[in-house]
Design a protein. Structure first.
Length: 270
């Protein structure tokens, strides 16, 4: 058999045809190159735009909670404001208070004075939006509940071998006797978080405490027993014990850097 010539059937191109085919190929190759480049640029841009905020968030760390600035203009002190009710070891209740209560936390049924309860709910909802899960662990307590809390605290010191007098004094630093306990006012709220539900000073290292420090005053709550203020309050630092006094009062007290005792004394003196 004769070997077939593959090119035999193919007609030879004229010079003009050959030039035309060359131009077409060149145009096609350029088109492909441009399309591939465009696709690469598009993909890279998309990737960078996707990555940038993530890298940024990683470098910046978690969102920081900063209190809005407050200059105190327009604040007027009202000594008769009921929300200023003050009770401590030197100033026991003259008579057992009977605040108008409302549920501050429906799940637990913990109650606060009605205005404070509404403020707490608003605050907890705002915290949740910032990813902070506040937990209300105590609110209003009647005389029996306050007595029981004090006795439990005192008992713990007696079991540690303290005398009756020592145990009573040590317990009062943390858990005032019934007639001196802020929780009787209905304005006191023990607030912790789902990731730190223990009532100890370690709560002050949490994001929840950072959030409360920045924003609680905007909802009318102040830290009732601040650090280094035991000489004025009679109670050790309790980062979980917040006290409702109303928004304007809370902002003014926080700006003063004073405890409730010191703030009231200063305002009444001026
Ligand atoms: Zn408390």
């Amino acid at each position: 058999m004769e070997p077939t010539d593959r090119n035999a059937a193919k007609p030879r191109l004229t010079h003009a045809q050959w030039k035309r085919r060359k131009r077409l190929r060149l145009a096609r190759n350029w088109a492909i190159l441009i399309l591939v480049c465009a696709a690469i640029v598009a993909l890279m841009t998309k990737g960078i735009l996707w990555l940038l905020p993530k890298v940024n968030a990683m470098l910046a760390g978690p969102q920081s909670f900063d209190a809005a600035s407050y200059d105190g203009t327009g604040y007027s002190f009202d000594a008769d404001d009921e929300r200023f009710v003050l009770v401590n070891t030197n100033l026991p209740f003259a008579e057992e208070p009977s605040p108008a209560l409302a549920d501050a936390d429906e799940a637990s049924g913990i109650q606060l004075e009605a205005e404070a309860a509404a403020a707490y709910q608003k605050m907890a909802a705002a915290a949740a939006e910032d990813g902070i899960a506040l937990v209300l662990t105590a609110g209003y307590q009647d005389a029996d509940a306050r007595s029981a809390a004090y006795e439990t605290q005192k008992q713990q010191y007696l079991e540690k071998g303290k005398t009756e007098e020592e145990a009573a004094s040590l317990a009062a630093d943390i858990q005032p006797p019934a007639e001196c306990n802020d929780h009787g006012t209905g304005y006191a709220a023990d607030i912790l978080s789902t990731d730190y539900p223990t009532r100890d000073t370690g709560f002050d290292t949490t994001r929840a405490y950072e959030w409360l420090t920045a924003y609680a005053a905007e909802y009318g709550f102040i830290l009732r027993y601040p650090q280094d203020r035991q000489a004025a309050t009679g109670v050790v630092f309790e980062p979980w014990h917040w006290r409702y006094v109303g928004v304007e009062n809370a902002l003014a007290i926080r700006a003063s850097g004073l405890s409730l005792e010191e703030f009231l004394a200063l305002q009444k003196a001026s």
